[in-house]
Design a protein around this ligand. Sequence first.
Ligand SMILES: Nc1ncnc2c1ncn2[C@@H]1O[C@H](COP(=O)(O)OP(=O)(O)OP(=O)(O)O)[C@@H](O)[C@H]1O
Ligand SMILES: [Mg+2]
Length: 336
Amino acid sequence: MAKGLDVGTMNIISGQQEEAETVFVQQRNSFVEIEYSDMADQMLSRSDVLHIRKGDQVYVVGDDALNFANIFNRETRRPMSQGILSSDESSAIPMIKLITEQVVGEPAYDGERLFFSSPADPIDSKLNTLYHEKTLESMLGDIGYDPEPINEGMAVIYSELADHNFTGLGVSFGAGMTNVCLAYYAVPVMKFSIARGGDWIDEQTAHATGTPVDKVTSIKEDGFELDFTTDVGGVEGALAIYYENLLDYVIKNISREVDEEDVEEGLDVPVVVTGGTSSPDGFEKLFEDHLRDAPIPFSISDVRTPEEPLYSVARGSLVAARSEEEQQTAAAPSED
Ligand SMILES: Nc1ncnc2c1ncn2[C@@H]1O[C@H](COP(=O)(O)OP(=O)(O)OP(=O)(O)O)[C@@H](O)[C@H]1O
Ligand SMILES: [Mg+2]
């Protein structure tokens, strides 16, 4: 049975089918380095905290990194930045390997198929995704899988547009990036990424209001709404300003990129907006209003947001992996 994996700047999430249910396993893509001590040893041995020890140092990875960082007064570090492996983080690869192994588990059999999400090259930065993609591919191969990259925007379309022949525009607003893909009968006709997402909103808001970035992130994730009625001059007011600015920036780039492609005239497509950054109430409406005002050479039938925006990419990677598996089973000669 094939699996799906979303390798994101903030969250690593696997998806697999267990009978009628899709089961997701998630960890924060983050770690903290603390000094080995009796206290640390006690805390680690009493629980199922994911960690590795190297000499006098212990690395706590995944969801627990933040708790340990608070207790030991350390900063968390992240293996990825702006959608790809971080070149500033020397421990990126061993840390992401540990998190991924925990999230995806061992393959059920050697060479089990695994589709993992990979961003498109960004149009607004010199970053290139090749090294990231190849490194993950070889890491997943070492774990025992037969890995296949799938574009993140395409994964959104696999996840949410099965009822529409996998035709439409998928937009994934993540932490490090925003990924966009326009597909026509499951064939991507345009895909690109933008090197801005939730992290960019947090950093700009922190800078503008003089608030620590972690504080901004918690305010944003804890019930912030895009209603433009509260807190002018405060953190929520600044978050709303940068949210709107990101939306407009993404829409401007969609208009420009679609314009350069040969999009069939009279195309009427649904749009899916997802990813953690799309979570606040009011986001979908704001995006739809601004998108409908933009000069886009196709018409939009509807704008959808999935119920669980964090899981779209993992779900879509799983759908793609399973559909390939089914096709191969159907094509294989029968044994009798
Ligand atoms: N309830 C929420 N309200 C607002 N933002 C949220 C909420 N929950 C998560 N986020 C934000 O969503 C982002 C993480 O989303 P997601 O998991 O889709 O990104 P990712 O896949 O890890 O990153 P990328 O695709 O850019 O590599 C973070 O910026 C996080 O702060
Ligand atoms: Mg993502």
